[in-house]
Design a binder for this molecule. Sequence first.
Ligand code: ADP
Length: 236
Amino acid sequence: MQLRIKAGSAAENFLRQQRFVNDVSHELRTPLTIIRGYVDLLESCGADDPDLFKEAVSSIKKSAQNMQNLIESLLFLARADQGHQPLNKIPVDLDDLLKKFVEEYPSSRVQITKLTHCRILADAEFLKKMFAAFLENALRYSPPDTVVKVELTSSGDEATLKFIDKGIGISKEDCAKIFDRFYRTDKARTKLSDSENSVGLGLSVAKWIADRHDIEIKVKSKPGEGSTFKLIIPTI
Ligand code: ADP
């Protein structure tokens, strides 16, 4: 027998909450297991082995960083859900903001290939957080010897910002789900090691920020060839 659960009902909320607790527990378990494993190893023989000591410290550091990122994303989304995430929108030169933002990344991996002047009404800090989600995914899911292109053009009362990568790509079915909380494609799971920083919340945060700025997100992708995330942004 299959139970029919009404959208928005108490049963649906309960199931959603249960899934959420499962997801969070699962995501915390991996870094904690790594930390426990290395601490045990250090306790038994690590202090006498400099290579093992270095490896343990680096892995513990990465796992702690992953947990911190997870908790920060969860807090962000919790505040957003409760309406406690105030935005301070002011006129912003998007081209300047983008240029400064990209300078933080290695030029061998990220290049701005088109840059048009455009002014928008936005909270710059939130926008940078959103750009980081797209750019860091583009870098994470593409080979290290490829370049991620960033293009900013404008036409009429819209700016178009694209993040273009030549990475693993996303199937059509997955494209519909990647903005869901904790969703990761199987390809992404197998490509990344446990210590890499990926929990499936970056795009949920990015989508929330985009919605608050009336930004439309379009994804074009082909498995094995790469992805383009296109943002259509109202200008002033
Ligand atoms: P994560 O922290 O796992 O990257 P996101 O919410 O940012 O979480 O992304 C969700 C999933 O969407 C990723 O796990 C990955 O499967 C897929 N994805 C996002 N961006 C890309 C991209 N540029 N190329 C390939 N897959 C991507």
